[in-house]
Design a binder for this molecule. Sequence first.
Ligand SMILES: CC(C)(COP(=O)(O)OP(=O)(O)OC[C@H]1O[C@@H](n2cnc3c(N)ncnc32)[C@H](O)[C@@H]1O)[C@@H](O)C(=O)NCCC(=O)NCCS
Ligand SMILES: Nc1ncnc2c1ncn2[C@@H]1O[C@H](COP(=O)(O)OP(=O)(O)OP(=O)(O)O)[C@@H](O)[C@H]1O
Length: 201
Amino acid sequence: MALIVGVTGGIGSGKSALTRYLEARGITVVDADVVAREVVEPGQPALAAIAEHFGQAILQADGTLDRAALRQKVFADPAQRRWLEELTHPLIGAAIQAQLAASRSAYTVLSSPLLLEGSQALLTELVVVVDVPPELQLERTMARDNNDEAQVKRIMAAQLDRQARLAKADIVIDNSGTLEDLEQQAEALHQRLLEKAKAEA
Ligand SMILES: CC(C)(COP(=O)(O)OP(=O)(O)OC[C@H]1O[C@@H](n2cnc3c(N)ncnc32)[C@H](O)[C@@H]1O)[C@@H](O)C(=O)NCCC(=O)NCCS
Ligand SMILES: Nc1ncnc2c1ncn2[C@@H]1O[C@H](COP(=O)(O)OP(=O)(O)OP(=O)(O)O)[C@@H](O)[C@H]1O
C-alpha cells in the first residue's frame, strides 16, 4: 500500500500553504475542501437535495450553490450542519478514496480540515497537524475571507480544539512564523516523507 499522509489543521491554519509546496514538488494532494465543492456542483444529486431542504433561494441565479448563504445557515445551527454533513460526507469520502487510489506520486497527501473529526484519518498512515494559535487562525482567516469575527469563531467551534488536534498528531508543523519558515519546514517534511515512502516500498 502506497504511503498516504494526512494533513489537517483548523480553518486558516495554513494547510493549503503547506500542500501547495508539496504539490509543486510533484506530490499528489487530495483536498477534502475541493472534493466537497465537486459533490455539490450543478447536476449533482446532492445539490438538488440541498435546494429541496433549504429552498431554491440557496441557489444563485446561475444554478450554483450560494456558499456564503449556506455557510451562514449551517454554522448558526448545529442540526442543519449535521444534516448537510450526513448528506455530503459519504459522497466526499467515496470521492476521496477514488482520488487516493488513482495517485501515482512518491507519497500522497490527504488534506482535510475534518481529518480527525470523523473517519478520514483511517485512510492515512501518518497525521501532520499544521498548528497556529487561535488568535492567528482568526486573523488570517478574516484577512483571507469575507467572514466577520463571530462567523469565523462559530466555524472554529465546530472543529476540534487545538489541544485535541495536537494530541492526535504524529508530526506538528508550527505555522506561527513567516511563509519562509513554513517552507523550510515543508521541505524537511517532504524529505522525511520521501525517505519513509522509499523505506516502505
Ligand atoms: C458550508 C459550506 C457550503 C461553506 O462553503 P465556503 O465556500 O464558505 O467554505 P469552504 O467549503 O471553502 O470551507 C472553508 C473552511 O470551513 C471549515 N468547514 C467547512 N465545513 C465544515 C464543517 N462541516 N465543520 C467544521 N468546519 C467546516 C473548514 O475549515 C474549511 O476549510 C461548505 O463548507 C460545506 O459544504 N461544508 C460541508 C462539507 C464539509 O464538511 N466540508 C469540509 C471538508 S470534508
Ligand atoms: N506563515 C504565514 N504567514 C502569513 N500568512 C500566512 C501564513 N501561512 C498561511 N498564511 C495565509 O493565511 C491564510 C490561511 O492559510 P491557508 O489558506 O493555507 O489555510 P487553510 O488551513 O488551508 O485554511 P482552510 O481550512 O480555511 O482551507 C491564507 O491567506 C494564507 O496565505
